[in-house]
Design a protein around this ligand. Structure first.
Ligand SMILES: Cc1cc2nc3c(=O)[nH]c(=O)nc-3n(C[C@H](O)[C@H](O)[C@H](O)COP(=O)(O)OP(=O)(O)OC[C@H]3O[C@@H](n4cnc5c(N)ncnc54)[C@H](O)[C@@H]3O)c2cc1C
Length: 499
């Protein structure tokens, strides 16, 4: 049975919008099985490991609920007429796609692009599935397509935060899911009952699951005949019986103050292994099962992957803009901004950041409508930038590191040093920049360290490499998407030239 307390019932606003306070109230309920540092967490909203990130997500809901931003953030629900988040709008026109980006951009600016799996991420995937629910009708049956349509409407109208776990745990990548040493290491269906599916096993790497309402558990990893039990897509409330969320180490735990770790302390969205101990998933929460073809095609024959990653690219381009602003500020602080080669290096970084930003526009400019009038962002534009991301992101971080020298390291041990007059006087004297108060210099460079060098930053570097899957797979997408017909035609044309 779906035990989740409907978020709508907890939403206070007259217009039905979920506010930050509504969200935090839901997150405080002691009903989810989140484990951190050997303990079951009873109140996620106020737990020291999660409080900062929970507040940041609450702020997103407040931004969305702000009547002054209504047209930027919302569109009227086709079912209720009430305002709902734009990420759930099925794009039919170029204006729809641009408006989606506008909403997502607004949110990413409030997190500096540092939270990847905010509600608009899986919200965009779900919208992509629903935009082409006919694929579900055809490959599984109308009943399942209708479950999907119902879920899209529910998530949209109840402002749900859904995260996802769509990769089986690594364990032994040389073997298929059904060949692992235990058939329920990878999450699989144990049996069907009148009430629904019983699912056992684990799935990774559910970023944001700790903070979400539901987790979409499915599989993007290629499945082969024999893997039918692993070929499902289900919505699981985070408080479902037997559903456990094992979060990784919290970087907010290591952040002794928001001055010393301004980003780790506020934006650590957490990644987790989800374990399903014979979880009963009611039939209405099942989008399909026992269907390898649909498990694959949900991502590629609907605009889900394109819309979900259009969101991800909007976020990344905000993060790069933040990196550019911080790099320039860092060089102003150290005075190196006046040196021509430094200007050249920042200019080169800016060129890459601008390319990523402009590739977002290329996804919209090259968008194509399908037979149902849904506009798909250009996948050639999307996968070209995603293919380069795995190399480009570390390259930009490396360039920023080169420009920083020791500035991000040669900093006081903590904010407490400023409280000691003797130390503070020396800091004032020796850690200085002309015209910039010492505290501001230190705060800026600690911000830079948290973006580029801290443990939080290291996780981010790994995230940008893998959030969309391993790079060899993304490059295969690019191979499939590139217009080789046009390229080959040129070769034929050249070969046909007469002597
Ligand atoms: C910080 C972070 C957050 C994430 N968030 C989420 C999330 O919210 N939800 C979610 O479902 N997933 C998430 N992911 C998981 C992500 O989708 C997977 O990590 C990603 O798909 C890669 O799978 P893997 O980690 O099992 O690596 P593997 O598949 O084991 O691949 C690791 C490396 O092994 C090599 N390799 C493996 N197989 C091959 C092959 N066939 N050919 C060539 N080389 C190969 C490649 O070098 C590859 O990069 C996240 C990952 C990270 C790092």
């Amino acid at each position: 049975m779906d035990t989740h307390v409907s978020s709508t019932s907890l939403n206070a606003g007259a217009d039905g919008m979920r506010t930050g306070a509504d969200y935090l109230r839901m997150l405080s309920q002691p009903d989810r099985n989140v484990y951190q540092n050997g303990e079951l967490v009873r109140d996620v909203a106020n737990h020291p490991s999660y409080r900062g990130a929970a507040q940041s997500i609450a702020r997103l809901y407040d931004i969305a609920a702000d009547p002054a931003l209504r047209d930027v953030m919302c569109f009227p629900s086709p079912d209720t007429g009430k305002p709902v988040l734009r990420c759930f709008q099925i794009p039919k026109t170029p204006q729809d796609l641009a408006a989606r980006r506008g909403m997502i951009s607004h949110w990413t600016e409030s997190t500096f692009g540092l939270m990847g799996r905010t509600p608009d991420h899986v919200g965009s995937f779900l919208t992509g599935f629903a935009a082409k629910a006919s694929v579900f009708d055809e490959l599984a049956g109308k009943q399942w397509g209708d479950n999907l349509r119902g879920w899209h409407a529910k998530a949209r109208d109840e402002h749900l935060y859904i995260s996802y776990a769509i990769v089986p745990p690594q364990i032994d990548r040389s073997k298929l899911s059904h060949q692992q040493s235990d058939p329920y290491l990878h999450a699989g269906v144990v049996r069907e009952t009148d009430a629904g599916l019983i699912i056992r096993g684990a799935q990774q790497l559910a970023t944001g699951a700790v903070f979400s309402d539901y987790v979409y558990v499915s599989c993007i990893h290629p499945l082969q005949p024999g893997d039918e039990a692993y070929a499902f897509g289900v919505m699981v409330p985070v408080n479902a019986q037997g559903f456990k969320i094992y979060a990784r180490r919290s970087y907010a735990d290591a952040a002794n103050s928001s001055f010393d770790y301004p980003l780790s302390s506020r934006f650590d969205e957490m990644d987790a292994l989800v374990v399903m101990n014979d979880v009963l998933v009611p039939w209405e929460n099942v989008l399909f099962h026992n269907n390898i073809a649909l498990c694959r095609d949900q991502w590629w024959k609907t605009p889900a992957h394109a819309l979900g990653n259009h969101q991800a690219q909007t976020r990344w381009s905000t993060k790069l803009r933040f990196l550019m602003g911080l790099t320039k500020r860092m060089c102003e602080i150290t005075g190196s901004i006046k040196i021509p080669p430094v200007i050249g290096q920042i200019g080169e970084m800016a060129a890459y950041a601008a390319i990523v930003e402009n590739m977002l526009l290329a996804q919209e400019f090259g968008a194509t409508a399908d037979d149902e009038g849904v506009l798909w962002p250009s996948r050639a534009a999307l996968y070209s930038v995603m293919s380069l991301q795995t190399d480009l992101n570390p390259k930009l971080l490396n360039m920023a590191r080169e420009l920083a020298g020791g500035s991000m390291i040669m900093l006081p041990s903590s904010v407490a040093d400023f409280e000691n007059p003797e130390i503070a006087a020396d800091l004032e004297h020796y850690i200085c920049s002309p015209g910039i108060p010492v505290r501001e210099r230190v705060a800026t460079l600690k911000l830079a360290w948290d973006l580029i060098g801290s443990e939080f930053a290291g996780r981010h570097e790994q995230y940008e490499k893998f959030y969309g899957g391993a790079s060899f797979l993304i490059k295969q997408n690019m191979f499939r998407t590139y217009d080789f017909n046009r390229a080959s035609a040129l070769v034929d044309q050249a070969l046909a030239l007469k002597d």
